[in-house]
Ligand binder design. Structure first.
Ligand code: SF4
Length: 211
């Protein structure tokens, strides 16, 4: 979710990760990693949050309805205090279909954090509040652990995974992402074949390779 008090810098940084890359995580390039789908406005570029053929925000509503299991909630940007103003909202990420009004980052955290397998706070803003959390900022911005509580744990018993940085160092994020802690799957046939054959590769004296 990059709809909090975020500049999208961490989303952009993640596209530069190489150890591993986002492509390796999403396309099955890491043996044993379960299939992963990412519902991320930066990649779902064919549609806005609330329109288009593949409505990205609908995945968020599915998670809220318990139709997406397990999922990891990744938050970029700090969380405002929506209670310290009399009107309007500080953030919006899609609309509430019941009211047609914007869903705030706070509302998504309230709804999805208790259902998430893990919660990831990406970047200094999400981890600690960042520059927005300095004294005098009217939003009352804070980090995800400030909002949920520093002792908060997911339903899988996992504390909030904070990966700070402004923006986050991309390989720190792709390496420390809780996706790597998901229950491992059995290697697919292609992986098993690769594992069986690779030890049998020999290098002949003339430099040619054979099985
Ligand atoms: S931590 Fe830095 S890059 Fe990330 S949302 Fe905040 S200001 Fe932007």
């Amino acid at each position: 979710m990059n709809g909090g008090l975020s500049c999208d810098g961490d989303s952009v940084a993640l596209t530069a990760a190489t150890q591993p890359s986002i492509e390796e995580i999403l396309l099955g390039g890491l043996p044993g990693l379960p299939e992963v789908a990412m519902h991320w406005p930066l990649l779902d570029f064919q549609c806005g949050p609330d329109q288009g053929p593949d409505n990205v925000i609908e995945w968020w509503h599915r998670a809220d309805r318990g139709e997406l299991e397990p999922f990891i909630l990744a938050v970029e940007g700090s969380v405002p205090d929506e209670s310290i103003k009399s009107d309007g909202y500080w953030t919006g990420f899609g609309n509430n279909p019941d009211t047609g009004q914007p869903m705030t980052a706070n509302k998504w955290l309230d709804r999805l954090a208790p259902k998430a397998w893990a919660v990831l706070a990406v970047g200094t803003c999400a981890a600690y509040g960042g520059i927005h959390a300095m004294a005098g900022n009217p939003t009352g911005a804070m980090g995800v652990p400030d909002y949920l509580g520093w002792g908060w744990k997911s339903k899988a018993g996992i504390p909030i995974v904070c990966v700070p940085g402004c923006p986050v160092q991309p390989d720190n994020l792709s390496r420390d992402h809780p996706v790597h802690a998901l229950p491992r799957r059995r290697p697919r046939a292609r992986d098993r074949t690769r594992r069986r054959t690779s030890p049998q590769v020999v290098v002949r004296g003339d430099g040619a390779r054979g099985l």
